[in-house]
Design a protein around this ligand. Structure first.
Ligand SMILES: Cc1cc2nc3c(=O)[nH]c(=O)nc-3n(C[C@H](O)[C@H](O)[C@H](O)COP(=O)(O)OP(=O)(O)OC[C@H]3O[C@@H](n4cnc5c(N)ncnc54)[C@H](O)[C@@H]3O)c2cc1C
Length: 370
């Protein structure tokens, strides 16, 4: 029997275990899952539902049934990879030998290294423990600042608002959700968010955090009893360099379209994988990667991983915000078709290729989600 070690038990690692167990009917693989978090894999996408006190157990991903071939070790971090010895080292001092190793270590929130970023009233928004800590620290009526006006920043702002705090979102770019919507859509989004009682400060670069305020590059300050950093994510690839594995230009374990590193026994899936150099910050690509790797491990035919652009949707605040593809019309010859519905104020833009037909991108911002 061969041993697969999976480093990381998020949605990608979880899907890999499920798919491999479904395919491996005669039990040729024993699977050891090394999971840094203290609980089995859960649905991180639904994190915000915990703000109102929902039981975290409700987020558990459909369990891998008790299975003699699956050994999940919670609160166990992989601390190193001994490629020559074919084993990983773990935080509890043990070694886990492997025939195949799949890295599924996900991402961490990016916290700008500004003075004060680690004060006790500063938080990130990624794990169940983060929501617990924010709920415990929230003081209704007091000011809070969310650093980052992207998709996740707005989700964090909605959470803080629902906890009754006076919420401000600050974004370095000139408008909210700069990666997913264009300037016109971003401006409208800013108005809609303000209308919901959240202050919006764009073009504001955070330079320091003090015990009661956040300071910006232009010298202004905003009072803050609580600060949430939600300013992007970075792939968890810290195992790469010590093991001599390459990373992508923007981080992530560098893998080819078959999700293999240069070491044929080591693959990477999910947010930590830089597939042909590109990382994917959504759950669906990671699940697809997991399915492909499960097939490879069973020596079944598996296509190469192919990118498919996914629409990004804001799923909080009751607003309808979608961005897809080349929203900034950067493709040469791209044609932009803008439309504003004067009755509802909704904004739509389509970006077409020079042929006037092929859809390259789409932006929609409206006061109601459909
Ligand atoms: C609030 C919020 C809302 C989101 N909403 C959406 C959405 O609507 N749609 C969407 O597609 N995506 C959404 N996402 C993103 C989505 O959650 C991620 O794409 C997904 O979780 C990535 O899965 P993953 O398994 O690759 O990584 P992760 O979920 O990050 O899991 C990786 C796991 O590996 C562990 N780990 C890391 N290093 C080690 C190590 N050395 N040893 C052992 N374990 C390790 C980590 O602790 C973690 O448990 C959201 C994320 C957040 C935070």
């Amino acid at each position: 029997m061969r041993t697969l070690v999976v480093a990381g038990y998020g949605p990608a690692g979880h899907r890999l275990v499920q798919e491999l167990r479904a395919l491996d009917v005669s039990g040729t693989w024993r699977i050891v899952v090394l999971a840094e978090e203290p609980r089995p894999a859960y649905n991180r996408i639904a994190l915000s539902s915990l703000v109102s006190g929902r039981d975290p157990a409700a987020l558990a991903l459909p369990g891998v049934p008790p299975d003699a071939l699956v050994d999940v070790r919670l609160s166990t971090t992989v601390t190193g990879i001994d490629r020559a010895g074919g084993a990983v080292r773990c935080s509890d001092g043990t070694r886990a030998p492997y025939d195949a190793l799949v890295l599924a270590t996900g991402s961490r929130p990016f916290v700008p290294p500004v003075p004060g970023h680690d004060l006790p009233h500063c938080f990130t928004y990624r794990r169940i423990e983060d929501v617990d800590a924010i709920r415990a620290a929230a003081r209704p009526g007091r000011p809070a600042v969310v650093v980052g006006g992207g998709l996740l920043g707005l989700e964090a702002a909605d959470a803080v608002r629902r906890l009754g705090m006076r919420t401000r979102v600050v974004e370095t770019a000139p408008h909210l959700m700069p990666l997913q919507v264009d300037a016109d859509g971003g401006r409208l989004l800013g108005e809609l968010v303000r209308g919901l009682g959240i202050e919006v400060h764009c073009g504001a670069r955070t330079v320091s955090v003090g015990p009661r305020a956040v300071r910006f590059a232009d010298g202004t300050e905003l009072a803050a009893d609580l600060v949430v950093f939600s300013a992007g994510i970075r792939p968890r690839d810290e195992l790469a360099a010590p093991a001599g594995l390459a990373t992508g230009e923007r981080g992530g374990f560098l893998v080819d379209a078959r999700l293999r590193t240069a070491d044929e026994r080591i693959r990477a899936i999910g947010e930590c994988a830089a597939v042909e150099g590109r990382c994917h910050g959504l759950v669906a690509p990671g699940r697809r990667m997991a399915g492909l790797v499960a097939r490879q491990l069973m020596d079944l035919e598996a296509p190469s991983y192919a990118d498919t652009d996914q629409p990004a949707r804001l799923k909080v605040l009751g607003l309808g915000v979608t961005g897809f593809g080349d929203v900034h019309a950067r493709t040469e010859g791209a044609i932009e078709l803008r439309e504003t519905d004067h009755a509802t104020g909704a904004y739509r833009k389509r970006v077409l290729a020079a042929d006037g037909e092929t859809l390259l991108g789409r932006v929609e911002v409206s006061a109601t989600s459909r």
